[in-house]
Write a protein that binds this ligand. Sequence first.
Ligand code: CUA
Length: 343
Amino acid sequence: MRDLKHYLSIIALIALVTVLAYLGMVNARLLPVQASAQSLDIDWLFNLQYKLIAFFFALIVVPIGYSFVVFRRKAGDESDAEHSEGNTPLEIAWTVVPLIIVVWLGYIGADNLARINAADPNAVEIGVVGFQWKWRFDYPQGFSSDTLYLPANQQVLLRMTSPDVLHSFWVPEFRVKQDVVPGRETLYRITPILVGDYKVRCSELCGASHAYMESAVKVVSRAEYEAWVAEQTAKAQAEAAAAAANPDPGRGQKLYESLGCKACHSVDGSAGIGPTWKALYGSQVPLADGTTVSADDAYLKASILQPGAQTVAGYTAGAMPASFGNLSDGQLADLIEFMKTLK
Ligand code: CUA
């Protein structure tokens, strides 16, 4: 009868501590706002974790605390505790119950992942290049942006590459995080659901300025997104036409920095992932196949648009991302004009 009273007290305390620990975690607001459809599924899992964590915390801490207080050794009591050895039903229970819980967690985790990765064939595709230490967003309409504009309530598929080292694309409000890997394209699917301003951070240590590798992310309405794309497309076309007619080394230098050419090609002759641009224009370039080519406008353009076609001797084929293939004639002309100044 006295044992039953202890058991009932412990069960009641476990229930109480579970509820308090759960409410404490929920009210601590550990997660930022839910800005993507995927965040709802992910947060459902988080919420389940909070409940399990609260319960197991109580299950361990309550019996320990209860024993400290209620079964405290009385002064002068020198006797030993009761000796017990083995308890097969208990051992079976504490093996089988956790096994069932872990298999169940594995199942709901896989189910959740499948829902998060569900592909919409009408997803808007945007190219992402992460390089030391910036992000660049290439839109299929043929322009690039420093800010990632996304339409709300529409799945977006980001095709991500890196010309240099590992980076990681992370918008905490979207929850999903994905590595950006040199020499490989990784995919990132997200359906933004909340209009607002966010930030993409790099969450993979990638060198000296890793901590500053962040860009603005703007989720806007469908209409606003389409207006922005139309405006950027018109601007890019006007700039391309003007540049093609009148190439400018100053604009070329800005592109060299903003597009990420800088990450791999030096302008002072020092070695990089790609050949230096110093004294490149007009020089004779030895190729990996043993032939030599003259670095004229046609060769330089072709090397930017199809980087794998002619590999320079001593460099890795395919190291340069294919995403530069969408540069306009004007941008190419500006870049080549800039190369001409690097004597
Ligand atoms: Cu890129 Cu850290």
